[in-house]
Design a protein around this ligand. Structure first.
Ligand SMILES: C[C@H](O)CC(=O)C(=O)O
Ligand SMILES: [Mn+2]
Length: 339
């Protein structure tokens, strides 16, 4: 069947943030089994911060991600398993291990101005004959010319696909359109889009991205992703069908996975709360949400104040320790006796 757009389901990686990295083997097996039956082309599995992310800094995984990957590979027959790696967090060894377990696609993620650090991992993934994605995070933070420059670097290292990643859910539809259009004009590889729904425009952004030429799209089923989650996969499948854009995904089956396998495991329904809205508004990395909430609770300050400050300071992934520093500082200023 001809597919106009290839979907990557990211709940078992991006959604790891939303469940504090507590996925179990059983959950992964069940979800992959059903996504596979629904014909989802790619399913991403890893710690929320990618391979090697399980740590004090990012949050410890309940189950070693390699075990989760192994379980996912065993249950997938139609779907291909993808994984994510941030150079500096994940190592070449992690990538080799994932490949040996049967991972088909490597997504190498960097901050939008740091594409140069992806060269070695993209090279390695290509050497291991993996389908390889360059994943440019926090794409709202730079003008389109800079994004194009960085995407070209990833293309030059051998990436088969380059993604515009709206990590903060801060981009608006016209901004997505401009970015994807420019990449499509300037690059020779496929272009992808990964959205977050913090401002309730992930679906609109995704449709703009597709109309501007993106052929690879990420979604998270039942919005199981960081912040307010990603473009909701099962809804996206319905919307694309109505637009006459084929994905090959079975709509009833994907709706059922959302309802019967994913919804029951959510700690609470994924929705746009005042905190996730503040993230989209202030342009803050969605993965920071639970870290900021914990710090706010500990130091008795408003999560939104922490998030807005992080936005002002232009904090990026890897600077999770700043969250506690900011909360501490705010608590001290509000109550000088607080230590
Ligand atoms: C490590 C991040 O969670 C990657 C991602 O999904 C994003 O930047 O968005
Ligand atoms: Mn994400």
């Amino acid at each position: 069947m001809k597919k106009d757009v290839l979907i990557t389901e990211v709940a078992l990686r991006d959604g790891s943030h939303a469940v504090s990295h507590q996925f179990t083997i059983n959950q992964v097996e069940t979800i992959v089994e059903h996504l596979d039956k629904a014909n989802v082309p790619y399913i991403e599995v890893a710690h929320g911060d990618g391979l090697g992310g399980s740590s004090l800094q990012y949050g410890r995984s309940k189950v070693d991600e390699m075990k989760l990957i192994e379980a996912a590979v065993a249950k997938s027959h139609n779907s291909k398993i993808a994984t994510l790696l941030l150079p500096g967090i994940g190592t070449k060894k992690h990538l080799q291990q994932a490949r040996e377990l049967g991972v088909h696609m490597a997504r190498v993620a960097t901050h939008v101005t740091e594409a140069d650090v992806s060269a070695q991992h993209i090279n390695l993934a290509k050497e291991m004959d993996m389908e390889t994605v360059g994943f440019l995070m926090m794409a709202h933070m730079v003008p389109t010319t800079k994004l194009v420059e960085q995407a070209k670097l990833m293309e030059s290292y051998g990436a088969d696909i380059v993604y515009v990643v709206d990590s903060a859910g801060a981009l608006l539809p016209h901004q997505v359109k401009e970015r994807i259009k420019a990449l499509k004009e300037e690059l020779g590889v496929e272009i992808g889009f990964h959205g977050h729904n913090n401002l309730s425009v992930a679906m609109g952004n995704t449709i703009e991205a597709i109309h501007a030429g993106a052929s690879r799209i990420d979604g998270s089923i039942r919005c199981l992703g960081a912040g307010a989650g990603n473009t909701q996969t099962e809804v996206l499948i319905g919307v694309l069908e109505k637009l006459g854009i084929s994905t090959g995904v079975d709509m009833y089956k994907i709706m059922d996975v959302a309802e019967y396998q994913v919804a029951p495991l959510l700690p609470k329904p994924q929705e746009i709360t005042k905190d996730s809205l503040a993230m989209g508004y202030a342009g803050v990395y969605s993965s920071f949400l639970l870290h900021a909430r914990r710090a706010a609770e500990k130091y008795n300050v408003d999560t939104r104040d922490i998030l807005v400050k992080l936005g002002e300071l232009k904090a990026v992934g890897g600077q999770e320790d700043m969250i506690v520093d900011i909360a501490q500082e705010m608590a001290k200023n509000e109550n000088p006796m607080h230590i």
